[in-house]
Design a protein around this ligand. Structure first.
Ligand SMILES: *Cc1c(COP(=O)(O)O)cnc(C)c1O
Length: 405
């Protein structure tokens, strides 16, 4: 990168043999002349040059350094470097939200006449980008049931350029065979973009499984404390420079340095938080499976998950999320939500606070009834995002709310 500060200090704080917990505290740190312990927050739009010649050299790319915070900023750069270390990616661009990451990663690499294949079980706004926005610009799109590899192969056309999927999916926690889809993408020279939000960067490594680009909403587990929006696109240096670089600089989805700093602090505690939240979620899923008021529990990591073998193969941990179907439909689901004391009703996820969502009336209300049915979302579907509260307190809250319906 010509417009980034690739100094010796940054390289010294990126050891590839570190475990994630160590990386998340130290990777990417670039200290100022003051030697601060905590990462500095560079709330600056621009940068000054010692001379007109220095400015010329910077713009020509002969001198490494920052030019303008829409392109790159020291605090944002630290967040990108730390995420690269965790993901095993060569390069990244941090964005203002998860949707800025998804839309940039998809739109930067297609033109009118190209074709995109996506798994239909997508986060609502991702589905809108694929189904509604891209066709407005002449990009053909096909949505498929991504859990069957043959559907990917069948959807391929001569002009297919991009595959896009999310795994596990929201809200029904279906799992898609990333390595299998990546093989098909490679066989036709297409790029596979994986939205890895639900798995977290700790439990699933799409790049190692063969995906070409990984995107995150950092708003979820990476912040993890409900404070700010953010996102990131990670890939090879070549793809970032050739496909994303110009799109990113000129359309301006950049992350604010303040939010980058907040997300850096979030990363420091990510492994501890996600491990604890997953441990709690697993216990709660097991508890729910025993309750007569619960028709069905879907939890990656339980032996009764419909794709338990695939979960085992491509994920190294379970999930902080649980999907379930309550006996008694919408009324019972609403009564359950309303009876909870500790667990709050919200559409966010990955937060320190446990949250409950009724997808069919909130996050997925814009889908047609049949589209919801295809995804397995019914009026009885409830999604739980497990936070950092005491597990027994959460189980007691759920137990009481189930008894109340
Ligand atoms: C939340 C989310 C997004 C969008 O992220 P924002 O930060 O809200 O823009 C995209 N994909 C998935 C899977 C998400 O959960």
């Amino acid at each position: 990168m010509t417009d980034k500060n690739n100094n010796a200090e940054t390289r010294k704080t990126n050891a590839s043999n570190w475990s994630p917990a160590t990386q998340m505290v130290h990777s990417g740190v670039s200290r100022s002349q003051f030697g601060e312990t905590s990462e500095a927050m560079f709330l600056t739009q621009g940068f000054i040059y010692d001379s007109a010649e220095a400015a010329e050299a910077r713009f020509k790319g002969e001198d490494a350094g920052f030019i303008y915070s829409r392109y790159a900023n020291p605090t944002v750069d630290m967040f990108e470097q730390r995420m690269c270390a965790l993901e095993g990616a060569e390069d990244a661009r941090a964005t203002a939200s998860g949707m800025a990451a998804v839309s940039s990663a998809l739109l930067c690499q297609v033109k009118a006449g190209d074709h995109v294949v996506a798994a239909r079980a997508l986060f609502g706004s991702c589905r809108w980008v694929v189904e509604t926005l891209m066709p407005q610009y002449g990009v053909e799109t096909t949505l498929i049931d991504g859990t069957d590899l043959e559907n990917w192969q069948r959807a391929v056309r001569p002009n297919t350029k991009v595959f896009f999927l999310e795994s596990p999916t929201n809200p029904t926690l279906e799992v898609i065979d990333i390595a299998g889809v990546a093989d098909i993408a490679d066989s036709i020279g297409a790029k596979l973009v994986v939205d890895n939000v639900f798995a977290t960067p700790l439990y699933q490594k799409p790049l190692e499984l063969g995906a070409h680009i990984v995107v995150y909403s950092a708003t979820k587990h990476i912040d993890g404390q409900g404070r700010c929006l953010g996102g990131i696109v990670l890939s090879t240096k070549e793809w970032i420079e050739e496909s994303l670089h110009d799109f990113f600089r000129h359309t301006g989805p950049s992350l604010s340095p303040f939010n980058a700093w907040t997300l850096l602090k979030g990363l420091e505690t990510l492994p501890v938080r996600v491990r604890q939240q997953t441990e709690s979620a697993r216990k709660i899923a097991d508890f729910l499976a025993e309750q007569s008021a619960v028709k069905r529990v879907i939890y990656p990591g339980r032996a009764d998950h419909p794709q338990a073998d695939l979960v085992q193969k491509q994920m190294s941990g379970g999930s902080t999320l649980i999907a379930m179907e309550i006996e008694g439909g919408k009324r019972a689901a609403f009564d359950f939500e309303n009876a909870l004391d500790i667990i709050q009703i919200s559409n966010n996820l990955g937060d320190a606070k446990s949250l409950v969502t009724h997808p069919s009336t909130t996050t997925h209300k814009n889908l047609a009834e049949e589209a919801r049915a295809e995804l397995g979302i019914t009026d009885a579907t409830v999604r739980l995002s497990i936070g950092l509260e005491d597990t027994d307190d959460l189980i007691a809250d759920i137990d009481r709310a189930l008894t109340a319906i």
